[in-house]
Design a protein. Structure first.
Length: 253
């Protein structure tokens, strides 16, 4: 029976059991139980395991070196699910202590399987939302990496911070405005649209786009912004027509 097939009370009990077993495994340096959770086919079992690692790390200073060593060992596992869960666990830690786990993302970006790489994107999103300064500094060094997928993943990963604080990521996005790879360019346009429809964000985005010199990219981004205000009309502060009017009145191009 999978996690969400269980009644709520049993799910809560299972989460508590996983946490306790993870704590015991870390205290006794036994990898078997930890690995079993990290490689479980149920996504929610793995999620319970990696969120437990984050909580244990924050609340048990004495276990922090052991946790990092354990994650480093498991990052070499042949099962991509284990490596994916390691990256997600590092993301939980990185919300508070990015310096301790930065090297997991340096390696995870280049994992041969897409699942750990996607976990890097998800981790950048959740870490960047609450611990932006070191995460964005780290992301910046990959903006011009020779691998187009790395550039795309970084662009996608910083999106969530931009939904509330577009001013934090717009300078980084600007560095990608002349990227010649369609996949990176499309992600850039998508991210600009995603950071423009919440309260106060459109004004910040439009003001910053005025400093960009790739006018075709900006035109595509403006079209995406207008489209997003229709696709997300139940969540956007402005109607699509109001967004159009604002752009017409405030973007001179």
């Amino acid at each position: 029976m999978e996690f969400y097939d269980l009644p709520k009370a049993e799910r809560l009990q299972l989460v508590a059991t996983i946490h306790n077993n993870m704590l015991t495994g870390l205290q006794t340096a036994q990898l078997q139980q930890i690995t079993a959770y990290f490689e479980d086919k149920d996504t929610y079992i793995r999620k319970s395991a990696y969120t437990s690692v984050g909580r244990i790390y924050i609340s048990n200073n004495n276990l922090q070196p052991v946790i990092i060593q354990t994650l480093e060992a498991l990052l070499k596992h042949t099962d991509f699910k284990v490596r994916q869960t390691v990256i997600n666990a590092a993301g939980e830690i990185g919300k508070k202590d990015f310096g301790a786990v930065q090297h997991f993302f340096d390696k995870g970006l280049f994992d041969p399987h897409h699942s750990p790489r996607n976990a890097v994107i998800g981790s950048i999103k959740k870490m960047g939302e609450v611990n932006p300064t070191p995460v964005l500094q780290w992301a910046k060094k990959y903006l011009h990496h020779e691998d187009k997928e790395i550039r795309r993943e970084i662009c996608h990963g910083i999106e969530l911070r931009g939904r509330k604080y577009p001013q934090d990521i717009l300078p980084l996005l600007k560095e990608l405005q002349h990227d010649k790879t369609a996949r990176v360019r499309n992600t850039l346009v998508h991210v600009i649209g995603q950071i423009a429809y919440k309260k106060g964000c459109l004004q910040t985005v439009i003001a910053h786009l005025q400093t960009w010199d790739n006018k075709q990219l900006v035109a595509d981004a403006l079209a995406e912004i207008i489209d997003v205000h229709d696709r997300y009309k139940n969540f956007a502060v402005l109607t699509q027509e109001e967004a159009k009017e604002y752009i017409r009145g405030n973007y001179p191009g």
